[in-house]
Design a protein around this ligand. Sequence first.
Ligand code: ADP
Ligand code: MG
Length: 363
Amino acid sequence: MTSPAELRAAEWYRALLRNAVHGWLVLEPQQWRVVEYSERAAELLQLTPEEVQHTALPEFRRVYRLLQREPASAIRTELHLSLPNGGTVTLEVRARLFAHEQQHYLWVALLEETDAQLITERLVLTDKLALLGQLLAGIVHEIRNPLSAIQLNLQLLQQALPENSPERTAAELALTGARRIGELVDSTLSFARSSGQCICRQDVHELLEQAIQLLQTLFYRKNIQLHRDYAPELPPIYADARQLQQALVNLLTNAAEAIPEHGTVRLRTELDTAETPPMVVITIEDNGVGIAAEDLERIFEPFFTRKPNGTGLGLPIARRIIAQHRGRLLIQSTPGLGTRCIVRLPVAGREDAAGDSCADARG
Ligand code: ADP
Ligand code: MG
């Protein structure tokens, strides 16, 4: 006999399961009928709850067979399901077997495409990045010493060879290549390095001018006009000058590289007092080639580049540095018209002054 209390409990659990936020089904592996389901599953199958109960889903046979070989495992796969209304849906499913009163059932979770795709993509990316980080840190370290030796010896060789000889040109080319590897190694290291900052009050305009100074030849070579529209009185920010300069250099380099020849880079600074703390806003705008919409989603991925000699590290590094300064980096772009990078950094507060730490703690 089932007591009223037990009945109520059974109803409660059934209601819970039916109303689960996830789509799930239980199938019996003879007729492939749905024996239990959540309402979300019905929605995903584009069926009413009544229809679900009378639906057979023989497409799960393949999953079942796979699971029979390894009963303890769970399988994740994509399935094309034919629906009673003649339509089809493609869903990513996760399934496992379970036994109850000597009967096997298939327990199926329907993963919504967006969830499933987004989550796996992000997980795969995070996993990959973590792994890459470890690998790189190791490799980069191992590369540095032999690379210094290569550079030094190539330099000696180059100097020993007669000027204008093909051998000297070859040595020069090799040296250029070695220097490029060195740059790559350094930028990778600075990306991997996250701590040991040297933080002081900084004038944003000074930081910008120093960054521009570093890039003068690039701007000159490309005939790029610089327009400055600086706010007359901008409060200082609290920053690691070297790091923030690096972020600005990366953004300015991209702006210059986006301009085929003859173009304009506009620099604007302003204070946004709508936020607490107020934000210094730096806008770097170029009228270069712009970024395609599908690329815009990927530009912050390490190693994403559209340039034959690009590293794909400029923007991820810039973003990371700005985030470490409690700031934000936003990039807007219209293909063919140009790109705007907006850097927002909090104004130095009184409490920051106490923590000035200009002793260089870098490792
Ligand atoms: P890299 O410059 O080495 O390619 P970045 O991380 O600096 O790496 O930039 C990634 C990609 O983003 C570039 O290859 C380019 O396609 C795009 N990009 C970044 N900034 C701009 C810009 N100002 N204009 C056009 N494209 C840009
Ligand atoms: Mg770049």
